[in-house]
Write a protein of this length. Structure first.
Length: 376
């Protein structure tokens, strides 16, 4: 009789309270195909790390890349906003923001609150996951209560739409015990000596299978992916544009998760995640280089022009911290007085570096090249 390497979920309609504890068997991830793809993913991620580490102003990446990550990760959950709406709302920093843009900005805040939490504590714990979830959903809710009957159903409009494809474990005590096992697996690199990228992929499945919260588990799990990489020193800041690959390959992502629970198919899930890391590391690497080279080109252009700008380096650097800028941003930051800021922004609009937009009676200045790069 063939040995069972991974006990699967016997009935997708019944809570999977017996999710196998971590770690998984080595035979499930130590294959030539997986290790070869792991090597490609590690090389691409290392190149991205080297690129981002030498940029003097990390804020140039922090605002721009994290906004796009937030937008795409939310789109996976069918929360859609346009670039214009998102950048405007971020520019306004308006507490009254509503709808999809507010949901996306909450994701971005979760990226940073979770990152800062780990910078202080150094390790994952249950409070980390709770904080990320609560930030995303703007709630004080905690772990799914005992009475809640939660099921994951097939989406879309096909013949299987609405059918139960997975039922996560039920009961606060069971959920917390499963999370404790996951947390020990993440933090203990001596006992669980698995390459960090494989560990991240294994842990992502485990978190989604535990499904500890009423809602927002998908977004919390994708935030965790990035935080794990920064926590283990594989990235300086949470800038990996991982959700783009997942959105572009949404069916493969969900099929990979189901493949593990229904068939014990760790191979295809791990290969998918390694491809995601490799692909998005390369995309983010090229995006960063294009942002930096474009910023430098515009700075040279501004310096050579007959127009006189005081502190042009500071001006252009600031314009690349987010796509939409307002006079108020420069005034509040103490860079320029109001009249000077308005004069400079209008001049840059005349030079076609910026595009002046009037939205709801307010003036915004769009960095055309940054907007283009982020939209590609």
């Amino acid at each position: 009789m063939q040995e069972i390497l991974y006990p699967i979920n016997p009935n997708r309609n019944i809570p999977w309270n017996d999710i196998p504890s971590l770690p998984i068997r080595k035979e499930l991830y130590q294959t030539i195909e997986i290790l070869e793809k792991l090597g490609d993913a590690k090389a691409a991620l290392a190149r991205l790390y080297g690129c981002s580490a030498i940029i003097p102003n990390q804020g140039l990446l922090i605002n721009t890349i994290s906004l796009q990550e937030a937008k795409i990760s939310s789109a996976i959950e069918n929360i859609f906003t346009t670039d214009d709406e998102l950048y405007k709302e971020y520019s306004d920093q308006n507490t009254e923001t509503k709808g999809a843009s507010k949901e996306v900005l909450r994701y971005r805040e979760a990226l940073w609150s979770g990152y800062n939490y780990l910078q202080k504590t150094g390790q994952f714990d249950q409070n980390y996951f709770l904080q990320v979830f609560q930030e995303i959903k703007q709630t004080k809710d905690g772990t799914r209560p005992d009475f809640l009957n939660t099921t994951i159903k097939q989406g879309g409009t096909g013949p299987n739409a609405g059918q139960v494809i997975y039922t996560p474990p039920k009961g606060v005590t069971i959920i917390k015990d499963k999370l404790d096992n996951l947390i020990n697996f993440l933090n203990d690199d001596e006992r669980y000596k698995i390459d960090h990228l494989l560990k991240m992929a294994i842990a992502h499945f485990q978190f989604e299978a535990i499904h500890p919260f009423r809602d927002g588990n998908g977004r919390a799990g994708r935030v965790f992916n990035i935080h794990y990489l920064t926590n283990k020193g594989l990235l300086d800041s949470p800038i990996l544009f991982l959700s783009r690959y997942i959105l572009d390959n949404k069916d493969d992502y969900y099929n990979g998760l189901m493949g593990v629970s229904q068939r014990g198919d760790w191979k295809n899930w791990l290969l998918f995640m390694m491809r995601a890391i490799e692909n998005t590391s390369n995309i983010t690497f090229h995006k960063i280089n294009e942002i930096v080279s474009t910023k430098d080109s515009i700075l040279d252009f501004v310096k050579k022009d007959n127009q006189k700008f005081r502190n042009p380096e500071v001006l252009i650097e600031f314009l690349f911290s987010q796509p939409f800028t307002k006079v108020k941003h420069f005034v509040d930051s103490g860079i320029y007085a109001e009249n000077t800021a308005r004069d400079y922004l209008n001049k840059l609009s005349d030079m076609q570096v910026l595009e002046k937009k009037e939205i709801e009676g307010h003036h915004y200045y769009l960095n055309l090249e940054l907007y283009r790069i982020l939209s590609e």
